[in-house]
Write a protein that binds this ligand. Structure first.
Ligand SMILES: [Zn+2]
Length: 288
């Protein structure tokens, strides 16, 4: 019994240390990417069953999630291959292994500008390791909340908006996932983590402008996400599903694929195509 006790206490301690900081650490010097200006590139990285998305502008790198631990080496080698030297912004959407399993390695490997997570904990070793890695690097967790998108500055011609989480407590950790919109010129991308229909309906109620050209489909294409009303408001021409080949959950679910098909959305899947790279020049979108 004694052992069971220790972990929560350690977590509460660590959290109070970090979240108390809720810092406004100054924006540090950025190393330039090899990207030519006038482009935004979004990499939906194939991490098997999980999510990891890198958003790149000329000067900035923004990582959303780091996939499961079993594919952490795959993620790191991809980031190395595209010559990533620094991550200006990192978001851990919610504390599930398929999103933060690879995060400890990312924190240890990269110089990180600002780190964001929703205000929720988990009792898993994975989550504890992530907190310890942050502590080792003296990094605070910035609590992610609606309206804080301006804190994430990706440079000229870009805008970041954060629409959720809108409640302070959810039964399902998935619903803590921030729904984030990144706009570049006339193009926009919506990222949803594992947000379920409950969170989608909260965002709809708030009447945010969630219209986007490209939708990262919520929760790996589970039928518990991507409600028809939500999809019709986003009204994307392209959808990306991040999931592992032959995964245990049967993701993506056929109901979600049908909803997307009925809405005439072109679907790309990491389990079929591997890493999917979508580029915007501010007017047009190209998929690779
Ligand atoms: Zn997930």
């Amino acid at each position: 019994m004694k052992k069971l006790f220790k972990l929560p206490i350690l977590l509460i301690l660590l959290l109070s240390l970090f979240i108390a900081g809720c810092s406004n650490s100054k924006t540090d010097i950025s190393t330039s990417n090899n990207l030519t200006s006038g482009k935004l590139v979004v990499h939906y990285i194939d991490v098997g069953q999980g999510d990891s998305i890198l958003i790149q502008t000329k000067d900035k790198n923004f990582l959303i999630d780091a996939g499961p631990k079993e594919n952490e080496d795959k993620l790191l080698s991809y980031l190395k291959k595209i010559n990533i030297k620094r991550l200006d912004y990192v978001v851990a959407t919610h504390p599930h292994e398929d999103h933060i399993g690879g995060m400890t390695n990312i924190i240890k490997t990269y110089d990180i500008g600002k780190f964001y997570a929703p205000k929720v904990t988990n009792t898993t070793k994975t989550f504890q390791n992530m907190l310890l890695a942050l502590k080792d690097k003296n990094k605070n967790i910035n609590v992610i909340k609606p309206g804080m998108g301006d804190d994430i500055d990706l440079g000229e011609n870009t805008k970041v908006e954060v629409f959720s989480p809108n409640s302070s407590k959810y039964d399902d950790l998935n619903n803590y996932s921030p729904i984030i919109k990144v706009t570049y010129g006339k193009n926009s991308f919506l990222f949803t983590g594992d947000a379920e229909k409950l969170e989608e309906s909260e965002v709809l109620q708030k009447k945010y402008d969630i219209k986007a050209d490209v939708l990262k489909v919520g929760h790996h294409g589970s039928s518990s996400s991507t409600g028809k009303d939500f999809l019709s408001k986003v009204s994307p021409s392209i959808a990306v599903i991040s999931c592992g080949k032959g995964n245990d959950y049967g993701h993506p679910h056929k109901e979600t694929l049908k909803t997307l098909e009925d809405a005439k959305v072109k679907v790309y899947r990491t389990d079929i195509s591997g890493t999917i790279v979508i580029t915007s020049d501010g007017n047009n979108i190209a998929v690779k």
